[in-house]
Write a protein that binds this ligand. Structure first.
Ligand SMILES: Cc1cc2nc3c(=O)[nH]c(=O)nc-3n(C[C@H](O)[C@H](O)[C@H](O)COP(=O)(O)OP(=O)(O)OC[C@H]3O[C@@H](n4cnc5c(N)ncnc54)[C@H](O)[C@@H]3O)c2cc1C
Ligand code: SF4
Length: 443
């Protein structure tokens, strides 16, 4: 009898223990789900829940909530575990390296591009990277595949195809013009040099493409890649500086210079060659053109005197380094407001916007800018138009007035929208298809 009692107590204790563990587990799961719910709501209000390009899709019937995808993603809070399943939080921050895809032990993740609500425009290209305009090729992220490694491979492979088509008897200044000097354009330029093509690379901004815009502290994730005229690059994790230094070194060792600050405005075919026109009027002829302009587009300019000055920029890099300056931010969208707020910590900031109120901005930004105005942290000039940018000042007019006013100024940041890559491609006659949700990487 005693033994029976002891046995019963042991079973009872074991069952109780299991129940306690189960309860703790369920509570923990509920708590985690609640946190993820809050993050999703926040992402929705910030407009970053919906993907802009590539993003992971989780098959709920396969997911075993291992959490491996969440741990594997180095970009933070793109995925989370909610109600025992992996789910999307900030899809727009996904850069598509597929670490989640490879980490999932039950192959429940695939990578997609575009959604039913938000289509993604992709140029139609053949397996040789040629578009429907013969002689014009596309490589890199513009074609839909993100990542430095993919851009480098595509730039190289595109040139391996182009080199077979170059005709000696056709007369042009160049065999190949590469548009854009991000990872794809740099790799293509090196490959062209390797195959002795006469190549010109035109970059609207600064060599490095999107990588140039990364924060200095960002860990750049990549995979070993084959860089023409260099060989295997064995990085898995690197920094922006290390990557840019590598490209600069390989280019200069091979006497290649890239023409920066040269925005390609038009590519006009005629007589078996292409005339490539850059902003400012210069025109270069070429037998083939490779477009490697990524997906970020071209910032719109104000078109005022002095805009070409070095103190004018169209994106904000490393705001923490900028201190004690008189800064003008131009624009009324989220980028302008977020930049003005960031800079206001250590500088005197004026925000010029040509309308009389901020429309279509994130709720968070609307609240923050209102508070910054009330606390005199940002001087917002609604209904103002910049008329000229000078060395130490900026001149502007107010709506319904002809009087020109002046403010002291050291730096100008312009966020006036821009031309999307799709518009650029369509101008050249390249066919573009909108993808409304297509799997590009699946098991
Ligand atoms: C925040 C963020 C983090 C990322 N982190 C990583 C990472 O860790 N690892 C990774 O592998 N990838 C990462 N990526 C993705 C990676 O940066 C891109 O996939 C890659 O840079 C694409 O290379 P690309 O050469 O196709 O285009 P881009 O790098 O975008 O280069 C295109 C170039 O073309 C130029 N251009 C555009 N229009 C014109 C024109 N009309 N005339 C002349 N030039 C023009 C642009 O100025 C630009 O320099 C990240 C992306 C972002 C946004
Ligand atoms: S593809 Fe990369 S960035 Fe996107 S969710 Fe997966 S691991 Fe994160």
């Amino acid at each position: 009898m005693n033994n029976q009692l002891i046995e019963l107590s042991i079973y009872g204790f074991a069952i109780l223990l299991i129940l306690v563990v189960l309860l703790v587990y369920i509570k923990k799961q509920r708590r985690e789900s609640k946190i993820v719910d809050v993050k999703i709501e926040h992402a929705k209000s910030e407009g970053i829940h919906e993907p802009v390009s590539l993003y992971p899709v989780v098959d709920p019937n396969r997911c075993i909530k291992s959490g491996a995808c969440v741990d594997a993603c180095p970009e933070h809070d793109i995925l989370g575990i909610r109600n025992g399943r992996a789910t999307i939080i900030n899809a727009s921050h996904c850069i598509g390296h597929g670490a989640c895809f490879r980490a999932c032990p039950v192959e429940a993740i695939s990578l997609w591009i575009g959604t039913e609500k938000r289509g993604v425009d992709l140029p139609d290209v053949s397996p040789t990277f040629e578009t429907n305009v013969p002689g014009v090729y596309v490589a890199g992220e513009l074609g839909g595949m993100g990542l430095i490694k993919n851009a480098v491979s595509q730039g190289r492979e595109a040139v391996e195809n182009i080199v077979k088509t170059i005709k000696k008897d056709v007369k042009a200044q160049y065999d190949l013009i590469v548009v854009g000097a991000g990872p794809a354009g740099i790799s293509a330029t090196l490959a062209a040099k390797k195959y002795n093509l006469k190549v010109l690379t035109l970059e609207q901004g600064t060599l490095g493409g999107t990588v140039f815009t990364f924060p200095r502290s960002k860990i750049v994730m990549t995979a070993p890649m084959d860089l023409p005229l260099f060989g295997k690059v064995k990085f898995r994790e690197t920094s922006k500086t290390e990557l840019l230094d590598l490209w600069h070194t390989v280019l200069s060792k091979n006497n290649i210079s890239i023409k920066e600050n040269s925005k390609v405005e038009a590519i006009v075919p005629g007589g078996g060659i292409f005339n490539v026109e850059i902003l400012g009027g210069d025109v270069y002829s070429s037998k083939a053109v490779l477009i490697a302009i990524g997906r970020r587009g071209t910032p719109r300019k104000l078109g005022v005197p002095g805009e070409e000055s070095e103190k004018v920029a169209y994106r904000l890099l490393e705001p923490e380094e900028i201190k004690g300056k008189n800064i003008l931010v131009v624009g009324g969208g989220d980028s302008a407001i977020e930049s003005a707020l960031l800079l206001a910590d250590n500088n005197k900031v004026t925000l010029s916007y040509r309308s009389d109120a901020f429309n279509r901005i994130k709720v968070r930004n609307a609240v923050d800018i209102k508070e910054a105005i009330q606390n005199n942290l940002v001087d917002v000039k609604f209904n103002s138009n910049i008329v000229s940018i000078d060395k130490d000042s900026v001149s502007y007019t107010m709506k319904d007035s002809t009087e020109t006013l002046k403010i002291k100024n050291d730096l100008v940041y312009i966020f006036a929208g821009g031309e999307l890559p799709t518009q650029f491609l369509k101008k050249i006659g390249i066919d573009v298809t909108t993808k409304y949700g297509e799997s590009i990487l699946k098991h």
